[in-house]
Design a protein around this ligand. Structure first.
Ligand SMILES: NC(=O)c1ccc[n+]([C@@H]2O[C@H](COP(=O)([O-])OP(=O)(O)OC[C@H]3O[C@@H](n4cnc5c(N)ncnc54)[C@H](O)[C@@H]3O)[C@@H](O)[C@H]2O)c1
Length: 340
């Protein structure tokens, strides 16, 4: 990785967010020149403190730009070797309540970025952060899902992320812009948004357990999910960016093994040493977009890029809780009401 990234110019959109900041920090360790673009959208995981460890790094440039601003983006994409395209509206619930903002950010801006690359930076490679949410509800007998599973998103966010990834593949195939798509599952680790429950359930669970509160799990808690530690996800982005065999490809990025939400709660409570959980019936608006059990088959990325997750859940949760114990003041904020 060092051989590839050292001295290269890379852009990370959404680079003050959870995954983007972890990626930016790693890229700086590898000797890359890193430009971070982020508009710090309030309810997202965007947080200036996320890049605190590298704040004074001369190879880092932070630009407060909205990816919807096509002209500003045009200046930033020139001369980049790789663009890690992570800026996104990440809340499924918000996408149902404000569908046009999700459309603007997750769909239109993706097309705009790719078309800008076609015009002014055709040599740039673009790695897109997609989501396994695009698969929607999958019958249990079809699990785990591989990349050939027909997408069937259950919310506006899933539809727009699917359009976003399709644009990336189209521009690779038709316009020769090298792109790859990573379909992420539930990513967790240091810098994950914990001030509200909009982004992923796990951040909110971690916060509640650390506060000694009672976690609410909807349904019977037997729903299976895969959780990937953020360093493993960062590694997948780096590998896709550095490897031409990834061009035009869509990859699931999975976990070491799926676990149920109940098992997750037990492990979290054990690692933190505080908290408890209760099972409650789904509120109707959650039930309408719930996808039951889902976990992915990621043999393709393991075969093509030789990626495999290294950090198991116990160790990942331990590192995450340690991070928040040390940096709590920068992440807790005023608790916003959890969306029902
Ligand atoms: N975290 C997960 O479990 C997960 C799962 C699947 C997919 N993803 C995808 O990975 C990407 C990163 O997710 P994350 O978990 O780091 O989320 P995050 O909310 O922590 O980071 C997203 C960042 O994008 C920024 N952003 C949003 N809209 C923007 C805009 N219009 N212009 C500029 N910046 C903007 C936000 O300010 C934020 O800093 C997203 O595209 C998300 O859809 C994440």
């Amino acid at each position: 990785m060092k051989r590839f990234y050292e001295g290269k110019s890379v852009l990370v959109t959404g680079g003050l967010g959870f995954i983007g900041s972890n990626l930016a920090i790693r890229l700086l360790e590898l000797g890359a020149y890193v430009t971070v673009v982020d508009s710090l959208i309030p309810e997202t995981g965007g947080n200036a403190f996320n890049i605190e460890p590298v704040r004074d790094e001369p190879k880092l440039s932070v630009r407060t730009v909205d990816v919807r601003d096509v002209l500003a983006m045009e200046r930033l994409v020139r001369n980049q070797t790789v663009i890690f395209n992570l800026a996104g509206q990440v809340s499924h619930i918000d996408s149902m309540q404000d569908p046009f903002t999700d459309l603007e950010i997750n769909c239109r801006s993706q097309l705009a970025l790719l078309d800008t690359c076609r015009r002014v930076a055709p040599q740039t490679k673009v790695i897109f952060a997609s989501t396994r949410q695009i698969y929607g509800r999958v019958p249990e007998e079809q699990l785990p899902v591989d990349e050939r599973q027909p997408p069937s998103p259950v919310d506006v966010n899933g539809i727009n992320k699917l359009a976003g990834e399709r644009y990336h593949v189209l521009y690779n195939n038709v316009h020769g812009i090298h792109t790859s798509v990573l379909r992420l599952t539930n990513t967790y680790g240091p810098r994950l948004l914990v001030k509200n429950s909009r982004q992923t359930a796990i951040g909110w669970l971690i916060r509640q357990v650390m506060d000694g509160e009672t976690i609410t799990i909807f349904g019977d808690g037997l729903q299976l999910r895969d959780f990937t530690y953020v360093d493993d996800v960062v590694e997948a982005f780096l590998m896709a960016g550095a490897n031409d065999t990834a061009n035009g490809q869509v990859f699931n990025v999975g976990a070491i093994e799926p676990i149920s939400l109940r098992e997750l709660a037990d492990l979290l409570i054990e690692v933190a040493g505080t908290g408890r959980y209760e099972l409650v019936p789904f509120p109707p608006e959650r039930k309408a977009i719930d996808i039951g059990s889902i976990y992915v088959d990621d043999r393709k990325i393991r075969r093509v890029l030789k990626w495999r997750p290294q950090v198991d859940m116990r160790e990942g949760l331990r590192r995450t809780i340690e991070f928040y114990r040390a940096n709590r003041a920068h992440y807790w904020g005023a608790p916003e009401p959890a969306l029902a």
